[in-house]
Design a protein around this ligand. Structure first.
Ligand code: BGC
Length: 432
């Protein structure tokens, strides 16, 4: 078979954002920030208060960090030594789902099973110790409303998590109850934060000039430090970190694939931005567009973002690796010219994602800067898409300079690898 050239060009155009569209989305993002600062109900950004500001770098001591937010749960013991120094003294981790074996995130699981699983991992991390006291920082990477640093109520599951009995509940209550069931009385949860907040804390513990933290992985979201909000129940300096839940941003230019995919997702109408950019969803967009090109509309091939990464990285003349993946997923044996098209389509989806993510960073920078000069800064990012997906870093850099021009020359992005765990430990240290 051979892919229709006209149809292909049309689809690529649908996944391409012009500089003008980019600027408009960034301006919309800024506007939603402004609206949200006055009243979050008027904005598509949830702007959730975290009750924590930036660390001052003197944080010390050993803490437990529970990192919960993707398919893998990790529990670490982290010793903070101040001034950006730390040591991970123990780390355990397991996935929340092993198909065919167990599944704690599906519709048939229960909150008790999920939190008992977390308590089991915590027990491993403390070597079943029952005497020594541990303070625990918990990174919980879903939209949650808080009225202090230690309590977070899950508003809604994202990333296709579906465990019943957790939405609307205070996650620390569920965790404390599970610890109790296991007979663990010496672990005290003292802080719960979003993973973006964790990344910002972790990066700010190590460097200066950090105001924005982001996750670009299975899910996507960004937070920043808002200097005008202070709260007596808050910890840290510089104001308060707001978890924007930017994955829920709405003022976008979705194409028909985005609209169609949203309809068949676990939560239609929610997380529209995230569904256009994050690792959990990019493969699905490739799936739909490819099915159209191969005249298989309606068929689900099951492409993942890992497949996309492999397809884009294939530099062999006959695209051998890409051919294998495409054949395995679609059942079609494609000629090199057609494989090139699938590669270009994958690249277009990734480039659009990186450019869209950048609009949110720029919206925040414009909002923080007002009429002043843009401060030199590093935007701290963690996550597999940022770290490993080809084309992402350079397209963020390119879009940053497209939108900020010369004035933004001092703005760049840095990887804060493992920030989710370290940030949880820092939050715990700040809380005690
Ligand atoms: C969640 C955010 C989280 C992001 C990255 C999104 O689905 O709503 O709270 O920060 O994923 O993990």
């Amino acid at each position: 078979m051979s892919i229709d050239e006209k149809k292909f060009k049309e689809i690529i155009a649908e996944f391409t954002l012009t500089g003008e569209q980019l600027r408009e989305i960034a301006a919309n993002f800024r506007q939603d920030l402004q609206l949200g600062l006055k009243n979050p109900d008027d904005s598509s950004l949830r702007m959730l208060k975290s009750y924590v500001g930036l660390p001052d770098g003197t944080e010390h001591g050993e803490f437990l960090a529970l990192d919960f937010g993707g398919t893998n749960v990790r529990v670490s013991r982290i010793r903070l030594e101040g001034e950006g120094r730390f040591e991970i003294t123990k780390r355990v981790g397991e996935p929340l789902i092993i198909p065919g074996k167990y599944d704690y995130i599906g519709k048939d699981s229960t909150a008790e099973q999920m939190f008992d699983f977390l308590a089991k991992l915590i027990d491993e991390a403390i070597d079943n110790e029952r005497e020594k006291k541990f303070y625990l920082g918990h990174t919980f990477s879903f939209p949650s409303s808080q009225d202090d640093l230690n309590n977070a109520r899950l508003i809604i599951w994202t990333k296709e998590f579906a465990t019943p009995g957790v939405e609307g509940e205070v996650v620390n209550d569920l965790l404390t109850a599970a610890l109790k069931r296991r007979g663990i009385e010496n672990v005290e949860p003292v802080a719960v934060i979003n993973d973006t907040v964790a990344v910002l804390l972790s990066a700010a513990y190590k460097n200066s000039g950090i105001y924005i933290g982001s996750i670009y992985a299975t899910g996507h979201n960004t937070c920043y430090i808002e200097p005008t909000i202070h709260d007596p129940k808050g910890f840290g300096k510089g104001g308060m970190i707001l978890n924007l839940e930017s994955g829920g941003f709405m003022k976008l230019a979705p194409n028909r694939f985005d609209l169609e995919f949203d309809k068949r997702s676990e939560k239609p109408g929610e997380q529209r931005f995230e569904k256009m950019v994050s690792g959990r969803y990019m493969g699905e967009l490739l799936d739909m567009a490819t099915a159209e090109l191969l005249n298989d509309v309606g068929k689900i091939y099951g492409f993942t973002s890992i497949d996309m990464s492999a397809i884009i990285s294939d530099e062999t003349p006959d695209l051998k690796k890409a051919a294998e993946i495409v054949e395995e997923k679609t059942g079609h044996k494609l000629e090199t010219d057609d494989l090139k098209k699938i590669k270009e389509l994958s690249s277009a989806i990734v480039i659009r994602s990186a450019r869209l993510v950048t609009t949110s960073f720029v919206g925040i920078i414009w909002q923080r800067t007002g009429n002043k000069k843009i401060e030199p800064q590093h935007i701290a990012i963690d996550g597999s898409v940022y770290e490993k997906m080809p084309l992402v870093k350079e397209n963020i850099a390119h879009a940053l300079s497209e939108l900020l021009g010369e004035e933004g020359a001092g703005v760049d992005t840095i990887l804060d690898n493992g920030g989710s765990g370290l940030g949880a430990a820092i939050a715990a240290a700040m809380a005690v």
